[in-house]
Design a protein around this ligand. Structure first.
Ligand SMILES: Cc1cc2nc3c(=O)[nH]c(=O)nc-3n(C[C@H](O)[C@H](O)[C@H](O)COP(=O)(O)O)c2cc1C
Length: 404
């Protein structure tokens, strides 16, 4: 069977790590899959492997310089445009740091900044460099932007120590590239509605009740869905985030506004991710003007229940796929299972908001996925974008099972 990599243009960036010799094997394996390889080397990489090796293996000239007078095209832009996929293997701490900070001072970093293709990064470095919080911050920042990381893993490093930092072996990197390529347009032709952020329930003309939801999980799901070819309708409460340019975006305030927008759009989509932290209660009425403190010593506000949007969707869903999210503080699994059943969901994503690195304003999350067949999957701490990848993978599985 043909590989999904056949005839795909893959730019392979090689940087100044001792693991550069493994890039030789990666390119050999990719050529066996009939991919078209464009090697790009940093100056430091050329100290480790001679460009002639990559040139011979790929049957392409190795790009090393940004400024080449004899060439008509601008190399970084032509590479950025032609790439179906960009791999950096091995990736040094330096290149990751530069990309994370928008630096584009060589041909590789400039190509990365200019491309719209998915970028896969296979880091390799000493464990001290890997554990350095500066490196960790850079890596996590890139993960949040949707860069895909494979490894590093534990193994014997160049220093002789058995520690984390070793680049993943070439066959696994190639397999991962196939997975990324397969997932590129796996939601083409499908539409999903995603709700995100908090709601605001007005008390008077200047005050409201709300919650700590940042919207990050919902927006990460929207970004990931778009990158996989889905049409996304994003309905969000007020957040500080920038909505993805390709999403059909609606800003709403209260739970009732959100309910209306969701119901108006429900018939247009194949599924709904109900990520928003919708307020369960709202003040019975929004008072005119501003409640003055001198007028009364105590203030009693009557709250009434908001509509349960997820439940309503569950009642109407038919063959649409419905994904609920819950934030719990105890009996997570039990509570999540109960909600899954009560609201007729296909999948529930439960977070334990008491854990460090999980919950509302964090960049990371720790979640448990429970599907309608009772399958439970625990996802350890990772960026919200990586969690989004896993959730979409799970949705794909559920859709495929429903078809078969
Ligand atoms: C022998 C040797 C091995 C190195 N191995 C690594 C490595 O595995 N990972 C890393 O991040 N840096 C490593 N470095 C340091 C990088 O080469 C250095 O940071 C360089 O500036 C990277 O440039 P580049 O990212 O443009 O390729 C190594 C340096 C030497 C001399």
């Amino acid at each position: 069977m043909n590989s999904v990599l056949k005839n795909k243009n893959i730019v392979v960036g090689i940087t100044g790590s001792i693991a550069a010799y493994k890039a030789v094997e990666i390119i050999r394996l990719l050529r066996k899959k009939e991919a078209i390889i464009y090697p790009v080397m940093t100056r430091a990489a050329t100290y480790f492997v001679h460009p002639l090796t990559f040139q011979t293996l790929s049957s392409q000239r190795v790009t090393r310089k940004m400024f080449k007078e004899e060439k008509k095209e601008i190399p970084h832009l032509s590479l950025a445009k032609l790439a179906d996929l960009l791999l950096i293997a091995p990736a040094t701490a330096n290149i990751i740091g530069k990309i994370a900070n928008g630096i584009a001072d060589d041909i590789l970093t400039t190509t990365v900044l200019a491309t719209r293709a998915p970028v896969v990064i296979a880091p390799a470095m000493n464990y001290r460099m890997f554990r350095n919080p500066i490196f960790q911050t850079n890596m996590n920042k890139l993960k949040t932007f949707g860069f895909k990381f494979i490894g590093p893993e534990k193994g014997v490093l160049a220093s002789g120590e058995a520690e984390i930092g070793r680049m993943v072996d070439p066959p696994r990197i190639v397999k991962y590239l196939e997975k990324v390529m397969n997932s590129l347009n796996d939601f083409q032709g499908k539409s999903f509605l995603i709700t995100a952020g908090p709601t605001r329930e007005p008390l008077d003309e200047v005050r409201f009740f709300s919650n700590y939801s940042s919207g990050k999980m919902g927006y990460a799901l929207a970004e990931e869905g778009i990158s996989r070819g889905a049409k996304i309708i994003l309905i969000s409460g007020p957040t500080f985030l920038t909505p993805p340019a390709k999403a059909e975006f609606y800003l709403v305030e209260s739970a009732k506004d959100m309910e209306k927008k969701v119901m108006d759009n429900f018939s247009k989509v194949d599924g709904v991710f109900m990520v928003a932290a919708v307020a369960d209660y709202r003040p019975e009425k929004r008072r005119e003007g501003k409640i003055k403190k001198d007028s009364q010593k105590e203030l009693t506000i009557k709250l009434v229940q908001n509509p349960d949007i997820l439940k309503e969707l569950g009642e109407r869903k038919k063959d649409k796929i419905l994904i609920g999210f819950c934030a719990e503080v105890e009996n997570i699994e039990e509570e999540a299972k109960k909600k899954l059943k009560e609201k007729n969901l296909d999948l529930i994503v439960a977070n334990d908001i008491t854990l460090e690195g999980a919950g509302f304003e964090e960049e990371t999350n720790i979640v448990t996925l429970i599907d309608k067949n009772g399958k439970i999957e625990y996802l350890a701490k990772r960026s919200k974008r990586e969690i989004a990848v896993k959730i979409w993978d799970k949705v794909k599985n559920l859709l495929e099972k429903d078809i078969s």
